[in-house]
Design a protein around this ligand. Structure first.
Ligand SMILES: C[S@@+](CC[C@H](N)C(=O)[O-])C[C@H]1O[C@@H](n2cnc3c(N)ncnc32)[C@H](O)[C@@H]1O
Length: 321
C-alpha cells in the first residue's frame, strides 16, 4: 500500500448524503465534537502513518476477508448489500474493494463530512455503488448531548452540581430499541472501531473537550474526585450502548450474513498491564450470543509513538436459538 497523501484530505468529488431522523436535532456542540474528532483522526493518520500503517493494513485485510466470506455464504440471488457503521474518514475501510464486490455499499456515520472526505477520491464506478447516510446508530445521542449541554448551562459555574445532575440524567438513558431502522438483510455488516466510541465520544466531549476548552467555564473546579460520578455514569451507559449495538448488528444482518466486528479492546499501560476499553458486559454478550466464523485476529494500533491499543477483529454471526 502506498503512503497516504495529505492532499487527499480535500474533497475532490464529494458524494451527496442523506440524513436519517436519528441525526436530526444535534446541537452544534455535538455535531462539531464528532467532526473535530474525525479531523484529528485523519490528521493523526497522516502525521503518524509510519506507526499506524500496521493498523490500517490489518483492518483493510480483515474487512476484505470477512466481506468475501459473506459473499461465499450468501444465499438467493438478490443484490448483494454491505453496510458500514461508523465509517468516518474510511481510512481503515477498503471502500473501493467493497464497491467492486457488492452491488450496494451503504456508509453510515454521525459525521457526513468525514465520509465525504473518505470517498471523494474513489473512481466513479465505485462512487456509483456507494451511498452515504448521516445517522446516529445509537438513536439517543441528540437528546443525550442536548440534555447535558442544558445541565451545564443550568449549573454553571457549579461543577459539582453539574456532575451530580449529569450522572443522574445519564442513568436514565435507555438505548434499547432506539436505533434507526436501516433494514435487516445485509449480507455484510461492518462495525470497525465504532462500538467503543459510542459512549466514549460524548464522554470526552463533556468531560475533557467542551469543558476543558472552557466553553462553560466550569472545568477549573474539576478534580478527579469530582469527575468520578460522571465517569462512572458514562461507563455504565457505555456498557448499555455496547450491548445494544450488538443486538442491533443481529437485526441488520441477513441469516446467512457476516458481521465484521473489530475494536479497540484494551490499552497497553506502561506498567505492562492493560486497561480494558470494550466493556465486560459486551465481551460476555459477544461470547454467549454470537458464533465465530473464522479465527479472531489481533494487532496493535499505535496512534502516536507512545501509545499502544490492542485491536481484536472477529467475523461473527448470531447464534441460532
Ligand atoms: C474510531 S472512528 C472509526 C475510524 C474511521 N473508520 C476512520 O477512517 O477514521 C469511529 C467512528 O464512529 C463514528 N461514530 C461514533 N458514534 C457514532 C454514532 N452514535 N452513530 C454513528 N457513527 C458514530 C464516529 O463519527 C467515527 O467516524
Amino acid at each position: 500500500m502506498s503512503d497516504l497523501n495529505p492532499e487527499q484530505l480535500g474533497a475532490a468529488s464529494p458524494l451527496p448524503y442523506a440524513i436519517d431522523p436519528s441525526a436530526e436535532g444535534f446541537t452544534s456542540l455535538a455535531t462539531v465534537t464528532y467532526q473535530h474528532m474525525n479531523e484529528q483522526l485523519a490528521l493523526g493518520y497522516l502525521k503518524w502513518q509510519v506507526f499506524q500503517r500496521e493498523h490500517i493494513d490489518n483492518s483493510q485485510e480483515a474487512i476484505t476477508r470477512n466481506a468475501e466470506l459473506s459473499l461465499d455464504r450468501a444465499e438467493g440471488d438478490q443484490p448483494r448489500q454491505a453496510l458500514v457503521l461508523g465509517a468516518g474518514n474510511c481510512i481503515d475501510i477498503p471502500v473501493e474493494h467493497l464497491a467492486s464486490i457488492f452491488d450496494q455499499v451503504t456508509l453510515v456515520d454521525v459525521d457526513p463530512l468525514a465520509m465525504q472526505r473518505g470517498t471523494a477520491q474513489l473512481p466513479k464506478t465505485a462512487q456509483d455503488k456507494v451511498t452515504l447516510l448521516r445517522a446516529d446508530v445509537t438513536g439517543v445521542m441528540a437528546g443525550l448531548t442536548d440534555s447535558l449541554q442544558q445541565l451545564a448551562h443550568t449549573h454553571y459555574p457549579n461543577y459539582g452540581r453539574f456532575v451530580e445532575s449529569a450522572a443522574q440524567h445519564l442513568a436514565t438513558v435507555d438505548p434499547t430499541d432506539a436505533q434507526p431502522d436501516l433494514g435487516e438483510s445485509y449480507d455484510f455488516v461492518c462495525s470497525q472501531t465504532t462500538l467503543t466510541q459510542l459512549g466514549m465520544i460524548p464522554s470526552q466531549a463533556f468531560l475533557y473537550g467542551a469543558l476543558a476548552e472552557g466553553s462553560y467555564g466550569v472545568v477549573q473546579a474539576a478534580s478527579d474526585a469530582q469527575t468520578q460520578p460522571i465517569q462512572e455514569a458514562f461507563d455504565a451507559l457505555s456498557a448499555k450502548l455496547q450491548t445494544t449495538h450488538l443486538d442491533y448488528l443481529k437485526k441488520l444482518v441477513s441469516t446467512s450474513g457476516v458481521i465484521h466486528l473489530a475494536d479497540y479492546y484494551a490499552e497497553a499501560l506502561p506498567d505492562g498491564n492493560f486497561r480494558p476499553i470494550v466493556q465486560k458486559e459486551a465481551g460476555g454478550k459477544l461470547q454467549r450470543e454470537f458464533v465465530p466464523l473464522n479465527e479472531r485476529r489481533e494487532w496493535y494500533w499505535r496512534p502516536t509513538v507512545m501509545k499502544d491499543i490492542l485491536v481484536v477483529s472477529n467475523a461473527i454471526t448470531p447464534r441460532q436459538a
